[in-house]
Ligand binder design. Structure first.
Ligand SMILES: Nc1nc2c(ncn2[C@@H]2O[C@H](COP(=O)(O)OP(=O)(O)OP(=O)(O)O)[C@@H](O)[C@H]2O)c(=O)[nH]1
Ligand SMILES: [Mg+2]
Length: 439
């Protein structure tokens, strides 16, 4: 009976979305809004959506057999190719459900991995996705092996592998050819390669020590890359799809004349990211972990904005960033659909700045706030340096407010106002004398 997960040559699948929610946890919200966006981002055509309240989780099928029968009928009626569950299913549950419904079943984790697989561009992202897929699908291999023989032929066909169906794209085809031992070997290899890349990234991050680092974080599609492009010349890829960005890009951002900080764009978050994915994308998230300030971008035009923002916070908590200084940006303020919701968000996040990355709205205010955080409280200092020391003079010119400047024969004495947070930067200049002045 296990013939449901081998239709790798299907281009756009008709999908039925199913969300099973325990009765006591059920809310009136549209629980399937996110899964719909995810499924569409993966290229599926959503033909039906079923929200199902259940009283308990059935160990073998998650939902009861009566509900499975109902899904089977709806699948027949809609000629569905795939049933996508919003829940995380065990390999055994997927097997049982496929037997009952007689259509391929994919769970939320597999769907997300599939999107990542289709988006990965750089070597690093490809390796990370392959590892996550192997680790996620590995426990499901027992089942895959049992029908390997029957479908290896199909996998070798001319169109196979060119376009993968949901849940089988990316490493899916490769699994058909390799055995468990090889999977293990590949996992070890991937971990080694990724560890090498991670080391390089950590070294890169090291070189930025002493510079103020800001990282854009937030739900996928919130507008992080658009904001990155509006503030710097990064020219990163922007698209109205989930997970457009899988890699980190870092650029200089001139927040105030010559004063520069570093700005990084990162992979977007989503509710319940499969933990294998979080683990293998750790290096990408490293940028957030090392940042001095997080800009949490929220798509305030999305009806689900509040949930998305809270879910992004949960991910930040998972990667131990919840204590970090964070500015919330209510983005897409140019297209808010409900004024009431906008006001609600402003009340919940009173320190948030409303912006439009696309229209360039309020970006000056954003700069001002970032600058204030960057500099912190200010200090009044008298700095004595050698008159020939161009480096320190240049630094002070770009990074402080110079109040007074006196040259003698060989020295220059400058009274400057600079941010407390910049004091450690200043101490890198070993040959200067620093005196704190009374306010
Ligand atoms: N109207 C409007 N659209 C915006 C704004 N900012 C971003 N968008 C649109 O929102 C979509 C997603 O933008 P991205 O910048 O790719 O979002 P992201 O947060 O980088 O998304 P991922 O990389 O997928 O996590 C694109 O179609 C943008 O044009 C805004 O301020 N106003
Ligand atoms: Mg992006």
């Amino acid at each position: 009976m296990e013939k449901f997960r081998d239709n790798i040559a299907v281009r756009r699948e008709k999908a039925i979305l199913v969300g099973a929610i325990l009765k006591q946890e059920a809310k009136d919200d549209d629980e399937l809004a996110e899964l719909t966006a995810l499924a569409e981002s993966a290229g599926a055509i959503v033909v039906d959506r079923i929200q199902q309240k259940i009283t308990r989780i059935h160990p073998s099928t998650y939902i009861g057999s009566g509900k499975a029968e109902m899904i089977k009928q709806r699948a027949k009626k809609n000629k569905a190719d795939v049933i996508i569950f919003d829940n995380d299913l065990s390999p055994g549950q997927i097997r049982e459900l496929e037997e009952l419904i007689e259509v391929k079943v994919v769970d939320r984790g597999e769907l997300i991995l599939d999107i990542f697989a289709s988006r990965a561009q750089t070597k690093q992202a490809k390796l990370q996705v392959e590892l996550a897929q192997l680790e996620y699908t590995y426990p499901r291999l027992t089942r895959m092996w049992s029908h390997l023989d029957t479908i290896t032929g199909a996998a070798g066909g001319p169109s196979a592998g060119a376009v993968g169906a949901i849940g089988t794209r990316g490493t899916g085809e490769k699994q058909l050819e390799i055995d468990r031992r090889l999977v293990n070997k590949r996992i070890t290899e991937l971990k080694r390669e990724i560890a090498d890349i991670d080391k390089r990234i950590v070294r890169e991050i090291e070189t930025r020590r002493g510079l103020f680092k800001i990282c854009l974080v937030g739900y996928t599609n919130a507008g992080k890359s658009t904001l990155m492009n509006a503030l710097t010349d990064a020219g990163v890829y922007v698209e109205d799809r989930l997970f457009a960005t899988l890699d980190t890009k870092t650029r200089q951002w001139a927040i105030d004349g010559g004063r520069k900080v570093l700005l990084s764009d990162t992979v977007g978050f989503v509710k319940n990211l499969p933990h294998q994915l979080v683990a293998s994308f750790k290096a990408t998230l490293e940028e957030a972990i090392n940042a001095d300030l997080l800009l949490h971008v929220v798509d305030v035009s999305n009806p689900d904005a509040h949930n998305q923002a809270e879910n992004a916070k949960k991910v930040l908590n998972d990667i131990k960033c919840s204590e970090k200084k964070t500015l919330i940006l209510l983005n897409k303020a140019d297209v808010v659909r409900s004024q009431a919701q906008f006001e609600f968000m402003q009340t919940i996040y009173p320190d948030a700045i409303s912006i439009s990355a696309k229209m360039g709205m309020n970006l000056d205010l954003l700069k001002e706030k970032v600058l204030a955080i960057y500099t912190g409280d200010t200090l009044l200092l008298r700095i004595t340096a050698s008159a020939g020391d161009g480096k320190i003079q240049n630094y002070l010119k770009l990074n402080t407010t110079i109040l007074k400047q006196d040259y003698t024969d060989s020295t220059v004495v400058m009274d400057v106002r600079l941010g407390k947070n910049q004091f450690s930067e200043l101490q890198r200049f070993k040959s200067v004398e620093i005196e704190k002045l009374d306010e």
